[in-house]
Design a protein around this ligand. Structure first.
Ligand SMILES: Cc1cc2nc3c(=O)[nH]c(=O)nc-3n(C[C@H](O)[C@H](O)[C@H](O)COP(=O)(O)O)c2cc1C
Length: 200
């Protein structure tokens, strides 16, 4: 029996992304988010435009998308309820958010120094992507932004690559951290051979 309900949120389970962006002083801000998906070499992000991250992306036109594996869950959780905005927005302050200028230290993560003009990458994340902003628009409300990005360079750790085909990720080795209805999960084992995989 299905119930008609008014769901408070619709976060059905998406990979967590740690986004690094350049602050105005050239330091790197780091923020967790999970409203993200990819198609070809493009990515869509949904994020509050009151975040330091969106401000930095709109100003600089670029960011790094670092994808943590499930084993990095405690580091990611340490970043929850922090913002790189010194003037913490009122609604966030009421929820307990605090200004944190040193996100890498707080999370216990290491910074791989950025390429010239790019923010630092998260050394522990098996997937790291340079992304350039293509388009930004409001999404659902004036407080939320939909950002379309183009992936311009990708780093993958050896540990997740297919041993025979080095430009392919092995899904049996890639263990993403998933956020579902604001809780953290990992993925289970493969369920069934995929017919789509045969044609890719
Ligand atoms: C696991 C996780 C997932 C999150 N997903 C999103 C998201 O998809 N969109 C968003 O606007 N905020 C999301 N947040 C909240 C942001 O991290 C929060 O707004 C943070 O203050 C942004 O940091 P910044 O202000 O330094 O950019 C998420 C937080 C956590 C811990």
């Amino acid at each position: 029996m299905h119930q008609v309900i008014k769901p408070k949120i619709l976060y059905f389970g998406t990979p967590v992304v740690l986004i690094s962006t350049l602050n105005e002083d050239g330091s790197t801000n780091l923020a967790p988010m999970s409203s993200a998906w990819w198609l070809n070499d493009s990515c869509m992000l949904g994020m509050s435009n009151r975040s330091q991250t969106v401000r930095n992306i709109l100003r600089e036109g670029r960011c790094v998308l670092n994808l943590p594996s499930a084993e990095l869950v405690t580091a990611v959780d340490r970043l929850a309820l922090t913002t790189g905005r010194e003037d913490v927005p009122d609604d966030k302050a009421q929820m307990g958010y605090v200004y944190e200028p040193s996100k890498f230290e707080v999370a216990g993560l290491s910074a791989t120094p950025g390429e010239p003009g790019w923010p630092d990458r998260v050394a522990e994340c098996p997937v790291q992507m340079h992304a350039a902003l293509e388009e930004a628009r409001d999404f659902s409300s004036p407080h939320l932004a939909a950002l379309e990005l183009r992936i311009v360079q990708t780093w993958m750790d050896d540990s997740i690559l297919n041993s025979e085909r080095r430009h392919h990720v092995d899904p049996d080795k890639w263990r993403p951290l998933i956020m579902s209805f604001t809780e953290f999960y990992g993925l289970g084992a493969q369920l069934h051979p995929s017919r789509l995989a045969q044609v890719f």
